[in-house]
Design a protein around this ligand. Structure first.
Ligand SMILES: Cc1cc2nc3c(=O)[nH]c(=O)nc-3n(C[C@H](O)[C@H](O)[C@H](O)COP(=O)(O)O)c2cc1C
Length: 304
C-alpha cells in the first residue's frame, strides 16, 4: 500500500538539467558492473533486471585499466558490506570502444561514472565519453566519482574540499555536452551541503549522495583488520539512516537536485528518499544480492 502523498510514476520520464531520463529508479556505480549481463538473468514475472530502470550507473572507469586492491576486497557484516575494491575497471579505451556501444545496442539507459587524479584528467575522460556517446540515445550523463586521491594536491580526496570539487566539475563540464552532469559526493565530511553547493555553482546538474562511509572490521581469528588496507567503504542496509541524514542536509541547504543513494533494498527505503525531496534513487549493495532489486522497487512504486 503506497502512502497517500506518493503520486509520482517512477517509470515516467523526468529531467535532470538538459536531459530527460526514462525513470527515477537507478542502479548504483560498482554494484551492477557495466550493466551488460542483465539480459542473461531471469526472475519469474520479469523480462529482465532493466525493467522500469531509469539508468544503470556503470562501474567507475579511470584513464587506464586498473587491477584493483589485493583480496579480500569485500567483507559482509550483519547489516552491511565493507569493500575495498580499489576501482578495478577496464579503463577508458575499452569502455568507449566496447562497453558503451554494447549498452546502446541493448537499449540499456546508462550514466557513465568516471574518476581521475586531477581536473585535467577529468576533462579528458569526460570529452572522450562525450565523443563516443554524442549520437547514442541511451547514454544519459556523466557521474563524477571524486573519491580518488588528488595527486597534484598531495593525495587528499578530491571530494572533501569544495574548491577541488568545483575545479573537477568545471573541467568535466564541457564534456557532458547535452547530457546530465552529476557529482557523486562522499559522506565522510562535516559539511556535505557545502560540497553540493560547490558542485552546483560549477555547473553540476545534480549530486548523487552518498558514496560509502569509511569503515573497518576486525577478524577475531587473527586480531587484525579484515581488509588488507585496514579501512573500506561501508554500504548496505545499515547506512540508510546515515545516508538519509546527508541527503536531508543537502536538500535543505543547497539548491541542487539530489539522487539518493545508500542502504536502499525495498520500495519503502526508496520512498524515504523521495519524501525528503530526492528526484531519483540508486540501488547499490542490495542489487549485488538480487539483480532484480531495482526493477522490483520500480514496479512496486508504480501508482497507476
Ligand atoms: C562492491 C562495491 C563497489 C562500488 N564501486 C563503486 C564505484 O566504482 N564507483 C562509485 O562511485 N561508487 C561505488 N560504490 C558505492 C555505491 O555506488 C554506493 O554509493 C554505496 O554502496 C552506497 O549505496 P548502497 O548502500 O545501496 O550500496 C561501490 C559499492 C560497492 C558495495
Amino acid at each position: 500500500m503506497m502512502p497517500a502523498w506518493w503520486r509520482t510514476d517512477p517509470c515516467a520520464p523526468f529531467r535532470i538539467g538538459p536531459r530527460e531520463f526514462p525513470g527515477r529508479i537507478w542502479t548504483a556505480s560498482g554494484c551492477f558492473a557495466y550493466g551488460l549481463t542483465g539480459h542473461e538473468m531471469t526472475a519469474p514475472g520479469y523480462a529482465s533486471p532493466y525493467e522500469g530502470l531509469g539508468a544503470v550507473v556503470t562501474k567507475t572507469i579511470t584513464p587506464e585499466p586498473r587491477a584493483g586492491n589485493p583480496m579480500p576486497r569485500l567483507v559482509e557484516t550483519p547489516a552491511g558490506a565493507l569493500n575495498s575494491i580499489g576501482l578495478e575497471n577496464v579503463g577508458l579505451r575499452e569502455f568507449v570502444r566496447d562497453v558503451m556501444p554494447r549498452l546502446e545496442a541493448a537499449a540499456v539507459p546508462f550514466v557513465a561514472s568516471i574518476a581521475a587524479t586531477c581536473p585535467e584528467q577529468f576533462s579528458d575522460l569526460a570529452r572522450a565519453v562525450q565523443t563516443a556517446g554524442a549520437k547514442m540515445r541511451h547514454w544519459h550523463g556523466l557521474e563524477l566519482n571524486l573519491s580518488c586521491p588528488n595527486v597534484a594536491e598531495g593525495g587528499h580526496d578530491f571530494g572533501k574540499d569544495p574548491d577541488t570539487v568545483a575545479a573537477c566539475v568545471s573541467a568535466a563540464g564541457g564534456g557532458a555536452g547535452d547530457r546530465a552532469l552529476l557529482v557523486k559526493l562522499t559522506p565522510n565530511v562535516g559539511d556535505i551541503a557545502a560540497l553540493a553547493r560547490a558542485a552546483a555553482a560549477a555547473g553540476a546538474h545534480a549530486v548523487s549522495a552518498v558514496n560509502t562511509f569509511v569503515g573497518l572490521d576486525v577478524d577475531l581469528a587473527t586480531g587484525r583488520p579484515c581488509l588488507p588496507r585496514r579501512f573500506g567503504g561501508y554500504s548496505g542496509a545499515a547506512i540508510l539512516p546515515l545516508a538519509l541524514a546527508k541527503v536531508d542536509e543537502i536538500v535543505r541547504k543547497a539548491q541542487v537536485p539530489v539522487v539518493g543513494v545508500g542502504g536502499i533494498g525495498s520500495a519503502d527505503d526508496a520512498l524515504k528518499y523521495f519524501a525528503l525531496g530526492a528526484v531519483a534513487v540508486q540501488v547499490g549493495t542490495a542489487q549485488m544480492r538480487d539483480p532484480f532489486c531495482a526493477a522490483r522497487i520500480a514496479r512496486q512504486l508504480q501508482t497507476g
